[in-house]
Design a protein around this ligand. Sequence first.
Ligand code: SF4
Length: 381
Amino acid sequence: MSGSRSKTIREVGQLGELMPVPEAQRAALGQVLGRFEVRVTRHLEPLIAQSEAVARQFLPDVREVEGLGEARCFSGLLATGVPGVERMYLDRCIVMPHPVCPAYCRYCFRKFYQHGAGSAMSEEQLDQALAFIAGDPRLREVLITGGEPVMDKRRLSHLLSGLRRIPQIGPIRVACRSLVLAPELIDDQLIALLSAHQDLRAGKPLEIACHINHPDEISAPTVERIVALRHAGLSLYNQTVLLRGINCDASILLALFRRLRSYGVESYYLFFAGPVAGMDHQRPRIDEALAIKAELRRQATGRLNPRFIVTTRIGKVELGVDGRIVEREADGRHLWIKTPYALAELQAVDPAFRLPDDCYLADDGAIVVRYLDGPLPAAKP
Ligand code: SF4
């Protein structure tokens, strides 16, 4: 990695630089790398060496060739006709200018169809995206994500300037896992670029959407950059993915959320890990997640209690708030979740939208979707 920020590993022979590779696992790990490469950063390497919770997020596991799950977890996207723009909801969309990240999280739901395969949006595509957003007055806010948008200041600047010229667009959110992957990317130039595109008097805030899963990810440089962003007047919120073997424990999450709160970072979402192919071993069960969520609620103020979200193939559902489990199948893995989404509303945005497989309409018109829960506990011998 001399001189470069990231180390990418596609051959099992190189893996020994990061982790022990038992002879009996070489073939399976080779298969895993063939499906999805390993990428870590210079910043992450010492954290990986010190913390299992960090290592498991980035290093491969032989179990990645097993289990259920899907290569593409969202089949219910609304058509936008613009490369790099995705939409699932009426009032917001996402733009993905830069598909690559400084490091790759093993549980990422975009891992099989974006990283390594997608290309950065061209200037023409960025302008198409801006024209698409400007042309739909129902769109009120935009999330710039990826990949890591902060890796490409030129494209980010092009998008931010264009979005700020669209009258109906208020808040802009910029996804940023680099605070923990490569904090040096959040340099003063980037912070100046971001704050220059915030205009609170005009109702146009700019928010940083962080993604931090465990207190061990928060190093001194990460804290320093969070504080620099806050001092520049930007608000930060965090999204955590609940992952077995990493943070599936109320005390770990409480430590994380308290730490984030101490820097003025809101804990916004606690995501249930999606049914990504090969990642069964990091997925809890929904009932376990709900028990952890209840424990968090018992122990801490609502100000550090994130909303618990299951992301189905047609959109996010907050169980017990805007959706619920209506049926569990006998296999113990699949359940049916009633969502807050109505087919007619989605078709008002995209007339060609059809119910994806494994969905039906409830009597009140809400979409009910089949969902793969985490694996059943192993039977005791
Ligand atoms: S930083 Fe985000 S987009 Fe990139 S690999 Fe991790 S989860 Fe996926």
